[in-house]
Design a protein around this ligand. Structure first.
Ligand code: HEC
Length: 176
């Protein structure tokens, strides 16, 4: 076989493989084999893929907005606590409170943002809260909330790692 016809065979095989993969992917989509229900845990491979994509996207796009100078003021933390309690706790949990029916039903589930082991770096948290996470239950709050409000949430999350029920209630009430 000449070099030229060998090259033609390689190209034809590559094209055939590409077409076959595309047909297989479309057949998979239309077959309904993939189970989209949220009542069972995501398949480990799918969960890994979604989470890695999320982490990489967060670190590429997030962290570029500058926090306000008074980010960690008590006023900001209190305002963030009130908003967290009314809008976020249903999915992300609050100390000594059972998770809501919404929070228990979503898949992937929402991380416990008040856990002591969290890092909650404000510029990264700001980005996630503002833009949300595609294909999960995490909404984009930038559609309805000002940057100032979102920074208050980020300040609260940073301050609240490992928070006790008493401090949580006091912050919410504006008494701590
Ligand atoms: C309807 C459920 C729901 C509500 C309400 C919700 N979240 Fe989320 N949130 C999620 C889910 C699910 C994820 C995880 C997304 C993923 O798997 O990548 C998430 C992720 C996050 C993350 C990223 C955490 C990390 O480890 O990177 C932050 C920060 C966050 N939410 C903050 C908030 C704040 C603040 C509010 C309220 C203003 C809120 N969320 C309201 C469901 C929710």
């Amino acid at each position: 076989m000449s070099t030229r016809s060998r090259l033609a065979t390689v190209v034809a095989t590559a094209v055939a493989l590409l077409v076959l993969s595309a047909v297989a992917a479309i057949a998979f989509v239309y077959s309904g084999i993939y189970d989209v229900s949220a009542s069972s845990k995501d398949n480990a491979a799918v969960a890994w893929l979604l989470h890695r994509t999320y982490e990489a996207s967060l670190h590429r796009h997030g962290g570029k907005d500058l926090p306000p100078g008074d980010l960690m003021s008590l006023e900001n933390i209190r305002a963030g606590a009130r908003m967290y309690d009314s809008t976020c706790a249903l999915c992300h949990g609050a100390p000594d409170r059972p998770l809501s029916a919404v929070g228990q039903g979503i898949e992937p589930s929402a991380p416990q943002l008040l856990a002591a082991s969290r890092r909650n770096k404000p510029p990264l948290m700001f980005w996630v809260i503002k833009h949300g996470v595609d294909m999960t239950a995490m909404p984009s709050f930038g559609k309805t909330q000002s940057d100032a409000t979102i920074w208050q949430l980020a300040a609260f999350l940073y301050d609240a790692r490992g928070i006790t029920k008493d401090r949580y209630e006091a912050l919410k009430a504006g008494a701590n």
